[in-house]
Design a protein around this ligand. Structure first.
Ligand code: NAD
Length: 293
């Protein structure tokens, strides 16, 4: 039976480490990291994400700045807020909560964030540097960074191993594949047009699944002993749950945990790591800007 990769526990440890470093930084140079979050519109899920990020910041000593704008805000207005935060020395990280309303051009908005404050790691220059050998981005996107951190903290060897990433989105799959490749794995990407995904996935020592299809990856897709990182968060009907649904991953946990060597649960795997990595990126940014080692 596979070892459980406990993201909740690791995320807690990381938040504790971050809080200690922030206290040291405050003592030494009188600076605390600052994170600015811009939310446009009133999507319930986005509001919840922003609230959780704010709470997590407060718990470790990061100062958070929040701008809430109505759905019909113009792109120029959002760009103005970004410019203000770019120039504000107490802000070390800027995050624009996605998705943006349809009338806005995501690319214009993401391009406007200073690459040195792009704690989400979505600026094209940061992604470009992630793709290049011998270059490093200022920031790595939080969810894939969390996946790598779990592999490192559980001692999973990456160098020379075969890895398969299922999904190629800009925010998870693609950067996850780039990171594995930078860590010297041999990487294949499986996506919606891939033929024989099962056969390809079965070659992998490491699988990162970021698809958004409940239980897509079955036990038969898994190489015995492989390490499985399941990013998917999918609601499925469950009349026994008080909410009427429960969350499952992209990997059929029941089957895969009988074959794999290690596996993340859903919930409690990658999910808690994403916010922990946002805090880590914000601290890293403040340390870099203030040249604090
Ligand atoms: P997305 O919809 O942007 O991308 C999905 C990708 O999966 C696409 O590249 C597509 O080609 C691929 N795909 C679709 N159907 C497929 C199939 N049948 N076989 C193989 N590949 C297929 O999604 P996303 O934003 O990358 O998110 C993926 C999942 O991860 C979702 O469930 C999302 O909720 C979850 N997620 C979790 C976190 C977290 O913090 N844990 C963060 C982001 C996303």
């Amino acid at each position: 039976c596979a070892k459980v990769i406990d993201g909740k526990l690791v995320a807690k440890q990381i938040r504790e480490e971050i809080a200690i470093e922030i206290a040291k930084m405050k003592d030494a140079i009188g600076v605390v990291p600052g994170l600015a979050v811009i939310l446009v519109g009133s999507r319930k899920d986005s509001q919840t994400y922003v609230r959780n990020k704010k709470k997590a910041c407060e718990a470790v000593g990061i100062k958070s700045y929040e701008v809430n704008l109505p759905e019909d805000t113009s792109e120029d207005e959002v760009l103005k807020h970004i410019a203000t935060f770019n120039g504000d020395p107490s802000v070390h990280g800027i995050l624009v909560q996605l998705p943006l309303p349809h009338h806005m051009n995501d690319e214009n908005i993401l391009n406007a964030v200073s690459i040195e404050k792009d704690v989400d790691g979505f600026h094209p220059l940061n992604i470009g540097r992630l793709a290049m050998q011998g270059r490093d981005p200022f920031f790595v996107p939080c969810t894939p960074k969390g996946c790598m951190e779990l592999l490192h903290r559980y001692g999973v060897e990456i160098k020379g191993k075969r890895a398969v990433v299922i999904g190629r989105s800009n925010i998870v799959g693609m950067p996850a594949a780039l990171l594995l490749q930078k860590a010297n794995a041999t990487v294949s990407i499986v996506h919606s047009k891939t033929k024989n995904p099962e056969e390809i996935t079965r070659q992998a020592d490491i699988v990162i699944a970021a698809v958004g299809v409940a239980n897509l990856v079955r036990g038969s897709w898994i190489k015995p002993g492989a390490s499985i990182i399941d990013v998917g968060i999918n609601p499925v009907d469950d009349p026994e749950s008080p909410r009427g649904y429960r969350l499952v991953g992209d990997v059929c946990y029941e089957e895969a945990s009988k074959v794999a060597g290690a596996i993340t649960p859903v919930p409690g795997g990658v999910g808690p790591m994403t916010i922990a990595m946002l805090l880590s990126n914000t601290l890293e940014s403040a340390k870099r800007i203030h040249n604090f080692k």
